[in-house]
Design a protein around this ligand. Sequence first.
Ligand code: ATP
Ligand code: ZN
Length: 307
Amino acid sequence: MSGFVGSQVSNDERLANLEQVLFRPMGADGVRARTGLYERVLDGLTDFISTFRPEAAEVYRFPPVMSRSDIEKSGYLQSFPNLVGFMCCLAGSPAEIRRTANRIYEGEPWTEGLGVADLVLTPASCYPVYPIAAAKGAAPDQGWIFDVGCECFRREPSRDIDRMQSFRQREYVCIGSPETVCRFRDDWIVKAQSMAEQLQLPYSVDVANDPFFGAGGQFLAAGQREQKLKFELLIPILSHDKPTACMSFNYHKSHFGEAWDIHLARGGPAHTGCVGFGMDRMTIAMFAHHGLDLSAWPQPVLTLLGL
Ligand code: ATP
Ligand code: ZN
C-alpha cells in the first residue's frame, strides 16, 4: 500500500495541512467551506464517474431538501431517526411571526415559535428517486438505471476530516428483478476497484453494515452483514488502520419496491440496489495520497480528471 503524501510529518500535522488548504471552517463541526482547488478535483471526479454512466440511465440532480412524507414512507425514520435533519420555519400568523422574530433580537428564547415544515434535508441521494420510479409503472425485468446526486445531510457532527454533516453523494441506482439488481451490484464492485486503480488510490473492499439506530439496530446490522447486502470500498484518509468508506454497494432487496409499490411487469415487487460515491471523501482521498500540489500529481491521474 502506498503511503500518504506528507507522511514525513506527524499524522495530526498531515491532517491539519489537508484541512487548512482544502477547507475553511463555517462555525459548526462537519460543515466546511470548500476551496476552489478542492472543487476542481471534485468536478474532475464527477466527470470521471459520469464516463461510467450506463447508456440507458435517467439522470436527476436533487435539491438538498425532500418531502418529509416521502422519507417517512421510505422507512428511513425507523432505521436512522438520529441522522435526520427536519426543516422548521417560523410558523403562525404574521403577528406571531413578527413577535418571534423580535424576540431573537431581544435575546429572548424564541425557538418555540418554530413549526415543523413538510421538508427534511435529503439524507442519501437515492431516496428521492423511488417515487419517480413508482410513477413510471411496472418495471421491466432488465430494470431501470438512474444516475442521481445531491448534497446530503446527516446529523453526525465530528471534527474528523472525513465525517461531515453536509456532503455530496453521487449514485447509480438499479430497479428491476433480483437477478438484474444483484448483477448490477456485483459488476459495480469490480468496476469501482478499477476506478480506484486508475486514480492510483490504495483501497480494500469489505462487507459492511449501515449504522442502524438503537438496540434493535444491532440485530439489523448483523443480518445485513450476514446476507452480504452492503459492501464498501475503503481508502485510508485518517490512518491506514482505519480506512474510510468512500464508495458503497448496496442491495436493498424488495424494501423500496414494497414501500413504494413498484412492481415488476412479470409480477412481484421490484428489487433495488445502488452504488454510492462519497464525492467529498473521494476528493479528500485524492489529496491525501497525491498531495496538495496538483502539479506534482501523476500525469495519467491529471489527464483522467481533465486537470
Ligand atoms: P443506502 O442507499 O443503502 O442508504 P447509500 O449508498 O445511499 O446507502 P451510504 O452507504 O450510507 O449511502 O453512503 C454512501 C457514501 O456516502 C459512503 O460510502 C461515503 O463515502 C459517503 N458518506 C456517508 N456518510 C458520510 C459523511 N458523514 N461524511 C462524508 N461522506 C459520507
Ligand atoms: Zn443509495
